[in-house]
Design a protein around this ligand. Sequence first.
Ligand code: NAD
Length: 499
Amino acid sequence: MRIIDHFIAGGTAGLGQTRRSPVYDPNTGAVQAEVVLGGAVTLERAIGAAQAAQPAWAATNPQRRARVLFRFKELVETHMAELAHLLSSEHGKVIADSRGDIQRGLEVVEFACGAPHVLKGEYTEGAGPGIDVYSMRQPIGIGAGITPFNFPAMIPLWMGAVAVSVGNAFICKPSERDPSVPVRLAELFLEAGLPAGIFQVVHGDKEMVDAILDHPAIAAVSFVGSSDIANYVYERGAANGKRVQAMGGAKNHGVVMPDADLDQVVNDLLGAAFGSAGERCMALPVVVPVGHDTAERLRAKLVAAIQALRIGVSTDTDAHYGPVVTAAAKAKIESWIGRAADEGAEIVIDGRGFALQGHEDGFFVGPTLIDHVTDTMDSYHNEIFGPVLQIVRAKDFDEAVALPSKHQYGNGVALFTRNGHAAREFAKRVQVGMVGINVPIPVPVAYHSFGGWKRSGFGDTNQHGMEGVKFWTKVKTITQRWPDGSAEMGNSFVIPTMG
Ligand code: NAD
């Protein structure tokens, strides 16, 4: 059995851990490897390596650090096919989508190559008589990232690329369900010239997460995953004096106005609801048609389009989506479909019990369409995280704005319309962190920042862009005076003012 080991101090740790977790091939349902599960002892090794390497890395000038990131980007591009296959084989997303996962991460690396520019700080000459003030951003030291299964390349790079570009050491704790890609990224970072100990990977479950949250040498923790765990990580990390950002779950709505181009909307919804088998925090699992006529027209078009979707193994280049990540994920998704039926919703297309010919033990779920879902149902309030699209009918625009605004999650939302005024009002009023106007998956580009509201985001800084730079650095402000000796300074017992 292949063992997936930690990557510490520039190599596999070889700690011979006996606690392990199976890593499945979601296409077949077979166990393809085991990942070791570490805890405090493993983490201590990684911290030691980080402490040894970080001061010199922080003292390396930012342009040289950026060159390492440039080389890393080139290496990832060279290894794109290999990485995409590795990612797809553990996650189950199709190869083209796996490439997209890696590419979105690389875009953050490209942003991080600009660290010399974003670290320039601020300067005020003559803030007082002979006084200049300047501020600098310094690395926080050692940071950790705890990442979910659904973007095993992009999310470690959201955090890690920015963290190391500004001079930190970064320790990634990936999902135990698809842990191989972050290890491969760590190897490529080393090959690119990043010193050993600056980008490390430790594997584990709650035991490792708790060790990270409690370790005094870790100054900042970035988390992405489900909301209950995000909340826990936020509270425990903050209680230990750490800076914490913790992104949680989502239930994104796509509001469809009567004037929208419904053929385009259906195309957009298919990709956004069913791409990656719905296992995206920026998926659109809820569509809100405004008005009865819009709902009826949209439903008819959706039914025809969903029935034409092709589900296949993740290496099938014609498949629209592949299996979900584990048997447990499949069972959970199917139980939510059952729950929706019990709550009185109409299961228009039922993906339960789907089996792919020749891959009957794979973790496949058929595409599902559920109509007449209401805001009183549990299946509406909770994240299903599978290839399931729910229709929640709204009578008018105000009701459509209220639905995502009142929902416990506030990650992303989209509006489909041809009306600029409606779009402007929607963007202004909706209580959600990332808004798409005729853009179904409004994941911000790398130089803007990513983050949701309410139970989709705990803490107050977003991922990447300047928000990421702020998270991974601390500001120091220097007020300086260089007297020429010509005047007696005297003393003062009054708080200095600029008046
Ligand atoms: P998860 O919460 O199960 O796991 C996330 C991380 O937490 C993993 O590294 C895991 O090992 C660790 N973990 C699991 N159980 C833990 C526990 N009891 N205590 C401490 N740590 C624990 O999430 P997942 O299933 O891997 O990922 C899917 C979830 O992530 C969905 O809810 C999705 O919406 C969310 N997500 C959010 C964003 C965002 O930016 N808001 C992005 C991607 C995914």
